[in-house]
Design a protein around this ligand. Structure first.
Ligand SMILES: Nc1ncnc2c1ncn2[C@@H]1O[C@H](COP(=O)(O)OP(=O)(O)O)[C@@H](O)[C@H]1O
Ligand SMILES: [Mg+2]
Length: 507
């Protein structure tokens, strides 16, 4: 393979109001390779690719395709020089046939001749698209729709194909199939630019990798010699905290004490929570492992006062909370990262500073006496944005404008403010990117070291093992065993969670 460059981007900068999406990006893609561009959500990948596809104009920088400087005013200009793009969100018409979707726009509306059909059939074969070309697109599954998009750009003559997060919508088997197609086409001389933030996939498919972070190029990496962890660190820009090396900060001061807690649903014979006893100490993270649906959600909601237990007591640093409502429990010193941040954690249509008030409307710095203190809320939101690295154009934008990871950082910042005694963290990093995850873990660790008690519920076993001082396993509404995170493996935990662990049989 020659070292000809299919694409060369130099010094690309693109500004949007309030955000520099691309800042002096450099990218070199060799002809006939699969080149991965990876970076966290919001790093600027899609923006860069839209520039290469002529959908956006850069503010600065130059583009060369096959060694020639080009000016791409629109996607047709890009297609003319052989660049095609398959978008993160497909752009197909459901009511048109597969063939029409592929050919339309390239041929005009004069009907599709036998030549076009033959060419499409050939490209379909090449890309593994097995669908009948004459059926309506709506009958196709996601993987086939994606292939239709690929055929569509090939039909227009693309030799350089941009795939923007193509695996996000696929199940693992479909990912393997796509990779097989990409490899074969690469061997036939096509060039691919593969966008992803999934490091294992990048390492499986890419011949070389460019990492971008916060809109700028961090460097290139060879997938054969770079580990996923190293790549993650390039993406995040710091050393990821290692789950293994940490010292215990556990004290003997009990913070949360739950005794004999029961919850039964009317009409159901089996208790949802069956005689739960647990204690979380100051400086301790107690992890709860369990297959979802075994009572974890109900346990958290009962501790928070969103559900009323049928029996048992809940206390915080010796104060009985059992009869108190949710707000009073929060005021007593509980921070709460809800399982579903968009349902219980945030008001998406409201500005960030209004979200800062949720659950805190009775306390400083967001209220004074019986009045809300909006200036105080704004100032403290600004603090959270800085301290928790919430990437946002400002505190007046709606929470909906932020990526999931940045929303969650805002929630974590809010729930750790005002020195809570206890943090209940339900799936605190679910669905967030690696950078936000590392940051959230770090803040939880710091708060724990300062004496916070943490009740952690997570389906991510590495997170549970990495953060917890003790792990208890929940099964059918009961706490069935306790595991030591220093020695337990994810496999052991998995067994205990399904009740199939041989070592529990003697209990
Ligand atoms: N049309 C736009 N207007 C304003 N900001 C945008 C626009 N498109 C993207 N951005 C912002 O640019 C940054 C990079 O976004 P994007 O290129 O989509 O990242 P990625 O694809 O890596 O997740 C983000 O902060 C995003 O909010
Ligand atoms: Mg994107």
């Amino acid at each position: 393979m020659a070292d000809d460059l299919a694409v060369e981007l130099e010094g690309i900068t693109k500004r949007f109001p309030g955000v520099v999406a691309n800042s002096d990006i450099h990218l070199k893609v060799r002809t006939g390779e699969v080149h991965a561009v990876c970076g966290e959500n919001g790093a600027g990948k899609s923006t860069l690719m839209k520039i290469l596809y002529g959908m956006l104009q850069p503010d600065e920088g130059t583009i060369k395709v096959n060694g020639e400087p080009v000016r791409l005013r629109n996607p047709s200009d890009a297609i003319k020089v052989g660049v095609g793009m398959v978008h993160q969100h497909f752009m197909l018409a459901d009511n048109l046939s597969v063939l029409e979707n592929i050919v339309l726009g390239a041929e005009g509306l004069h009907g599709i001749g036998p030549k076009a059909r033959k060419k499409v059939a050939e490209l379909a074969r090449r890309t593994g698209l097995n669908a009948d070309l004459d059926i309506a697109l709506e009958y196709l599954g996601v993987a086939d729709r994606q292939r239709v998009e690929i055929v569509k750009v090939l039909y227009r003559g693309a030799k350089i194909v941009i795939l923007d997060e193509p695996t996000a919508v696929l199940v693992p088997q479909e990912v393997d199939d796509l990779f097989e197609t990409v490899r074969q086409m690469r061997d036939d001389g096509f060039t691919f630019i593969f966008i992803s933030h999934k490091l294992d996939e990048v390492r499986a498919i890419a011949d070389s990798i460019t990492v971008i972070r916060r809109g700028t190029t961090v460097g290139t990496a060879d997938p054969k010699t770079t580990s996923s962890r190293q790549l993650a660190e390039m993406m995040v820009g710091s050393e990821l905290p290692s789950p293994e090396t940490r010292e215990s900060t556990v004290t003997d001061k009990a913070v949360l004490e739950v005794a004999g807690l029961r919850l039964s649903e009317p009409g159901s014979a089996r208790a949802v929570l069956d005689n739960i006893d647990l204690v979380v100490h100051s400086g301790e993270v107690l992890g709860i492992a369990g297959v979802e649906g075994n009572g974890q959600t109900e346990l958290v909601e009962t501790i928070m006062g969103m559900r009323k237990g049928t029996a048992g007591t809940i206390s915080l640093s010796g104060k009985d909370l059992t009869k108190l409502g949710t707000l009073a429990r929060r005021e007593a010193g509980i921070g709460y990262i809800a399982e579903d941040r968009t349902r219980h954690g945030l008001l998406l249509t409201q500005p960030l500073w209004a979200n800062r008030m949720l659950g805190y409307q009775t306390r400083e710095p967001v209220s004074k006496g019986q009045w809300l203190d909006i200036a105080g809320a704004k100032k403290d939101t600004q603090r959270i944005v800085e301290q928790y690295d919430v990437r946002t154009p400002g505190i007046d934008v709606a929470a909906a404008a932020l990526s999931g990871g940045n929303q969650q950082k805002l929630v974590v910042g809010r729930e750790l403010s005002g020195d809570p005694k206890l943090l209940i963290a339900s799936h605190p990093t679910r669905g967030v990117d690696v950078g936000a995850q590392a940051l959230i873990w770090e803040h939880i660790r710091q708060a724990r070291a300062a004496g916070l008690a943490v009740l952690l519920i997570s389906a991510d076993l590495d997170e549970l093992i990495g953060l917890s001082d003790r792990i208890v396993v929940m099964l059918r509404g009961r706490l069935v065993s306790e595991e030591d995170p220093a020695t337990v493996t994810a496999e052991d935990l998995g067994c205990a969670m399904t009740g199939s662990a041989p070592k529990e049989a003697t209990k």
